[in-house]
Ligand binder design. Sequence first.
Ligand code: SF4
Length: 62
Amino acid sequence: MPAGKPAGIACVNLDDAFSCPLFGRPERPDLCAQFKPELSVCGDSREHAMQLIELLEIATEA
Ligand code: SF4
C-alpha cells in the first residue's frame, strides 16, 4: 500500500487467518519489519489489540 493505509482498513497483504504472508520475506515492507510488538499497543489477545487500535485511532484522528 504505497500511498498509505486509511485507519480501519486492513492491510491488503493480510490473509484470511490474519497472518502476514510476507513475514520473513524480503518483500515485507521495512516499516513492518522494524515494528517491535509492545503490550501497550498489541495487547494480550486479538480482541485486546482491536480495542487498543480503536482507542489510538480516536486519539490521533485529525
Ligand atoms: S506485517 Fe505489514 S505487510 Fe504484513 S500484513 Fe501487517 S501491515 Fe501488512
